[in-house]
Structures are given as C-alpha cells and as structure tokens.
Design a protein around this ligand. Structure first.
Ligand SMILES: Nc1nc2c(ncn2[C@@H]2O[C@H](COP(=O)(O)OP(=O)(O)OP(=O)(O)O)[C@@H](O)[C@H]2O)c(=O)[nH]1
Ligand SMILES: [Mg+2]
Length: 374
C-alpha cells in the first residue's frame, strides 16, 4: 500500500522537477517549511548574550497578551481624551478590567492625579513611566527562598488545577540543576493518578520521591518522608498536596496534619507554605490567597499561567493587598518556564512598548532573529 502510494507520488512529481526552475522552487519551499517548524519550536527563545536578558526577553514575550491588551487601550485613552479627569477615569477603568483590582486602580490613579497637574497626549510617555514606577513600588523588593544548612521543608497548597504539581516539578528541576538534592513527597493521596504524575516528574528531573499506598492519609506519607530525611541528607523536601477549596474546613485541617507530621519529626516548623494561584482566574486568585492565608499562614506565593492571560494585573492586586512575597511566576508548561519574580522586569513586560533586547542594546542582527520568534 505504502509503496504503491510512493510510486504514484513520484510518478506525479518527477516530471515536474525535471525542470531546474521547478526544482529550485521545491527546495525553497522545503527550506521555508523547515524554518517555520524551527521558529515555532523556539518561540519565546532569544539570542541574548546573558541569562538575565534571556529571562527578561522570555517574560516579555510570554506576557504579550497582558501587555498588548493594556498598551493599545492606553493609547486609545490618550488619543480620545484631552483633559486629565477623563483620562484618569478611563485609565482607572482599564486597570480594573486588567484585574489590577478596584482599590489598587483607584490608588494608582489618585497618585497620578497628585503628581501631574495636566495629563494629555503630549506627556503620555511621562505619565506611563510614572505609572510603571508606582507599580514597581507596589510590587516591592524581590524575595527568594533562602537555603541554609538545614533541610528546607516546603509544602505547596492551592485549589484544584492551579499548577501545584507542575510547579513542584519546575522547582525541583531548577534546584537539581543548581546541585541540590531534592525529595518530592506525594501528599496528594486523594487522586490515584496524582502520585503517578509526581513520580513521572521525579524521574524526569532526577528527584527522589516518597509515595504512599492508596487510601493513606497525607500526614502518614509525610511522616514516612521525614523519616527518610533523618536517614539521608536532602537540601530540599517539597510536599505536594491535593487541590482543595479554601472553604472546606476538613480539607484545610488536613494541611495542619501535614504540618504536625513535619514538626514531630524534625522538631521545628515547616519552613515554607507556598500557595500556588492560577493567574488566569483573576479576582478569584486574590480571594483564594486571602482565604488560604487566614487558615495556614502563607510564607510565599507562586502565580502560574501568566502566559495565557490578558489580565496579568492580578499580581499587582495580590501584592498590594496581601504583601506576601511572590517567589516565582509560571509562564508556560515547560520545566524551565518558572522564573524568579522580579518587580522591574514584570512591570516592564506589562508596560514597555520596546523589547528588552532593544533596551539592553543587543546588536541589530541578533535583535532581528529574536523579533522573528516573538
Ligand atoms: N500555560 C501554563 N500552563 C501551566 C502552567 N503551570 C501549570 N500549567 C498547566 O496547568 C495544568 C494543571 O497543572 P497541575 O500541576 O496538574 O495542577 P495541580 O494544581 O497539581 O492540579 P490538582 O492536583 O488536580 O489540584 C497542567 O496542564 C499544566 O501543564 C503555566 O505556568 N502556564
Ligand atoms: Mg496536583
């Protein structure tokens, strides 16, 4: 069957390429197809000279939806209005619709009102620059998870499907690449497939794993894991937990059980309780963060899926209302798509019309190849 199809293919094509001009056309078409496949595979990558520029460029590319929605509308607001009050009113509405939150949007616009006696198309860039600085102030200093000689024990919590397990895999991958020994704990015993999902990642990134038997309590699995920690040295232990709604008190109690299992074994509190929220869920993400924080004291946040939303502004609202450190943000499904949160880079990715490559003076040849993949 296959040989028959190939024969008839060549019968039709060979007479056509018997002409050198056609042959060139076919070769060009093949090259273009391969180039398109290459570009689509490397979308979001760049030819930056250093890692930090690479991360900025990648963030800039992945926040495209949030930025484009915001910037093009800001331009409309300035060109459609000539007085300060109307511009500020429209800007406040735009900020709210980008999920920056009503209170934070009002705060930002009041600050601009105090600063600028006139606002119009002529000082647009100045006003946007000032808005960006005010957002950077709200986002605050960058904070990261600090390691010491003790094993760092981290519990990851959040509602269903926000990206907890994937984020744990990304963290493990990052830390293993830095030379750390990582133990993953399958504390999600609610879904049979959950342990398997974590085990798959553990194998992929090269982490150790402790899993329980079906029906085990999460605290039992964690207890076993902590025994292992006493026998073998690990730099980091990351506990995965089942997705749970913050208003289900029995499930929230389960988290205290996990914390107790850690404390009983290592005679100190768990080091970090990190809430993962899905950036695409808008104001819900803010509500979840508030509710979880009331039940288990959160030490940090990770906001995922910022690549898939036009409403990246939620991070600003969360940061202003909770003041909990945002350690990382998720900007894709790949194991490298978790980046340290940096206030300046984030604000730039939301508000700068120019790419980081242009700002950082990458030579024009390299810039061209980066622009091609955006
Ligand atoms: N686009 C995008 N997808 C992500 C990101 N992080 C996670 N995901 C995807 O989100 C989906 C759910 O991820 P999981 O890690 O299984 O979520 P979970 O919170 O562990 O889910 P439960 O255990 O069921 O509560 C998967 O398809 C992930 O690939 C991200 O930063 N960007
Ligand atoms: Mg999970």
């Amino acid at each position: 069957m296959l040989s028959h199809n190939l024969n008839s293919f060549f019968e039709k094509v060979l007479p056509y390429i018997d002409n050198s001009e056609n042959l060139i056309e076919i070769v060009c078409a093949i090259i273009i197809i391969f180039a398109m496949i290459f570009v689509s595979k490397h979308k979001g990558a760049c030819n930056c000279k250093n890692k930090s520029c690479d991360v900025k460029a990648s963030l800039y590319g992945r926040l495209r939806k949030s930025r484009e929605g915001f910037l093009s509308k800001i331009n409309d607001i300035f060109s459609g209005n000539s007085d300060r009050e109307s511009i500020l009113n429209d800007l406040e509405e735009l900020l709210i619709s980008s999920d920056v939150g009503a209170e934070t949007s009002m705060f930002l616009c009041n600050e601009l009102k105090d600063e600028f006696k006139t606002i119009n198309n002529e000082n647009k860039q100045e006003v946007i620059g000032s808005l960006k600085n005010k957002i950077i102030d709200i986002l605050g200093d960058d904070e990261e998870i600090k390691f010491s000689s003790d094993t760092k024990v981290i519990m990851v919590v959040g509602v269903n499907g926000v990206g907890k397990t994937t984020t744990i895999a990304k963290l493990a991958d990052k830390w293993i690449k830095q030379g750390k020994k990582v133990l993953l704990v399958a504390g999600d015993t609610f879904r049979a497939a959950a342990s398997e999902q974590l085990a798959f990642w553990a194998q992929k990134v090269g982490a150790d794993i402790v899993k329980g038997k079906e029906g085990d309590k999460p605290s039992t699995v964690v207890f076993d894991a902590m025994k292992k920690v006493k026998e073998q040295a690990f730099d980091v232990v990351i506990i995965d937990t089942a997705g749970r709604l913050h208003n289900k008190s029995n499930l929230m109690q389960e988290l205290s059980g996990i914390q107790n299992a850690v404390t009983k074994n290592i005679n100190r509190d768990i080091d970090e309780v990190i809430l993962v929220v899905d950036g695409t869920s808008g104001q819900n993400a803010l509500m979840q963060a508030k509710e979880f924080n009331n039940v288990v004291t959160l030490t940090g946040l990770i906001i995922t899926k910022l690549d898939g939303t036009p409403k990246g502004g939620i991070l600003i609202a969360i940061k202003r209302e909770l003041r909990t450190p945002v350690y990382y943000i998720g900007i894709g499904e790949g194991s490298e798509d978790l980046i340290n949160f940096n206030a300046k880079d984030f604000a730039s990715a939301l508000l700068d019309a120019t790419r980081p490559t242009e700002r950082e003076g990458i030579n024009s040849k390299k810039r061209k190849s980066f622009e091609n993949v955006m």
